[in-house]
Design a protein around this ligand. Structure first.
Ligand SMILES: Nc1ncnc2c1ncn2[C@@H]1O[C@H](COP(=O)(O)OP(=O)(O)OP(=O)(O)O)[C@@H](O)[C@H]1O
Ligand SMILES: [Mg+2]
Length: 457
């Protein structure tokens, strides 16, 4: 492929949930590139990779499809019996005398001989983790940077193909604070991944500054002060920008996004279907909280399918007050239903942005519930998040030395910014009629492309 004019540079918004890429073309217009033909909106590639046991990779919508096809085929997979060496207590029955007490029986687990692939997500959230450096991919340890470079490399390859030449310069977005403890380390690793992906000139810009530049494209000539509110899947990010100078007065943010909201919905509305209220054993204890910590994302659920966890489930069977929930928990893990569960939660949550009522349904092997979910309940589930958001807005304004009433417009972007109560709270803080919505999923990438044109053009 030929090298295109050197001044061309991409803007990439590598999001926790979605990734978009944009470019300012020769006519000085910024546009997004359709890098996922399989997706409902071709400009939005889900930040997901599927790896087959042969180590071939699929991305975005295709990755989800491949994973779900594996799950559907799970039933036909070969089963393997594992003799754990452990025993559990079981009621003993006699045809003549009925219940005759309990006996210890050997614990033998049946697990699948996995032939399916792995779905990888949350690579962005993994970037700032000092614990997670390598991920095991079918027996080979691969660094987070290397895995991410495969994803970014594919984004670049698809974009280059659409552009008709190689573009090796890029401005990549970064949140004000990554999910995790090490912002600086995360940027270093992101740079390494971008280098491995083939980028030669790499700059970073705050994601909410990207959104501000996108806003400025249409409305930036007047004197005004804007507050950008970018609420995504992993993080919430702010920037305060003065136009027409485009001066960045301040930034702020929280490691709080749609993923966390989904897990809060699970804990408050659905955990009971998986045993959060059950009791077991001689002393009728509750199931260990650590189990529910592991159910807070579909990805963690997918990692539970190990002998040790399945053994724990067997221990919980003894005098369990809710065997239906225990079977559901077992099925969730054994049948890899975590993704289906979280997709359903996410769907219902999104529906509540447009309707006052939604239903969360899941009907699969040993799992069957239909839970009514009303907007008011949702708002109470995220009440603490809302308070934190108010506090962080106040803090950002204070540090920047700007008063809420001095802000002319609040520019909103990111999927979670569509939540009605969030918008209501913003109006309360800044004043009614000040909210301006930018393109929910693409404005950051477009703004980063504009920054890229300034930096490399
Ligand atoms: N209508 C909606 N109502 C509520 N939440 C929504 C809606 N649409 C999308 N979301 C949520 O928005 C999130 C994805 O938004 P977005 O694509 O802006 O995030 P991202 O850029 O990938 O993440 P980040 O910027 O935090 O790294 C998901 O958590 C999704 O559940
Ligand atoms: Mg984002």
């Amino acid at each position: 492929m030929t090298q295109v004019k050197k001044s061309l540079a991409y803007g990439i918004d590598f999001g926790t949930t979605n990734t978009t890429i944009a470019l300012v073309a020769g006519d000085r217009r910024a546009r997004t590139l359709g890098i996922d033909k399989e997706a409902a909106d071709a400009s939005v590639l889900r930040s997901l990779m599927y790896v087959s046991p042969q180590r071939t990779f699929l991305f975005g919508a295709e990755a989800v499809e491949a994973y779900l096809a594996d799950v559907a085929q799970g039933e036909q997979r070969r089963k393997k019996l594992i003799y754990t060496g452990k025993h559990f207590k079981m009621g003993k029955f006699s045809f003549v005398a009925g219940y005759v007490g309990e006996e210890w029986v050997p614990l033998i687990l049946e697990i699948e001989e996995g032939t399916g692939g792995r779905l990888l997500q949350s690579l962005k959230s993994a970037l700032s983790s000092t614990m997670l450096r390598e991920i095991d991919i079918f027996g080979r340890s691969v660094s987070v940077e290397e895995l991410l470079s495969i994803f970014l490399g594919e984004v670049k390859r698809r974009a280059d193909e659409l552009v008709g030449g190689k573009v090796d310069s890029v401005v990549i977005g970064k949140p004000v604070h990554f999910v995790g403890e090490n912002d600086e380390g995360a940027v270093k690793r992101l740079r390494k991944a971008a280098e491995l992906a083939g980028f030669k000139e790499i700059e970073f810009e705050y994601e909410p500054v990207g959104a501000a530049w996108d806003y400025g494209l249409g409305y930036g000539n007047n004197e005004q002060l804007i507050f950008v509110f970018d609420f995504g899947g992993g993080t919430l990010d702010f920037s305060i920008v003065k136009f027409p100078e485009r001066k960045i007065l301040g930034t702020g943010g929280l490691p709080l996004g749609g993923d966390l909201i989904d897990s809060q919905i699970f804990m408050s509305k659905l955990a009971m279907y998986f045993g959060s209220e059950a009791r077991y054993g001689q002393n009728q204890m509750k199931f260990p909280m650590s189990i529910f910590e592991q159910l807070r994302s579909w990805y963690q659920i997918s990692l539970l399918k190990k002998e040790s966890f399945l053994g724990t489930l067997e221990d919980l069977r003894y005098k369990c007050t809710d065997l239906k929930a225990l079977e559901a928990l077992n099925s969730l893990v054994v049948n890899n239903l975590g993704l289906a569960l979280y997709e359903e939660i996410d769907r219902a949550k999104k529906e509540l942005s447009f309707y006052t009522e939604a239903e969360i349904n899941l009907c699969a092997k040993d799992i069957d519930f239909s839970e009514k979910f009303v907007r008011e309940k949702f708002e109470s589930v995220i009440a603490e998040d809302l308070a934190k958001i108010d506090q962080e807005i106040a803090e950002t304004l204070k540090v920047t030395g700007v008063k809420a009433e001095d802000i002319d417009f609040v520019v909103t972007t990111g999927g979670s910014s569509q939540i009605p109560i969030v918008r209501k709270r913003l109006e309360k803080v800044f004043g009614a009629g000040k909210l301006r919505s930018q393109e929910t999923f693409t404005s950051v990438a477009v703004g980063l492309a504009l920054r890229a044109a300034e930096i490399f053009g």
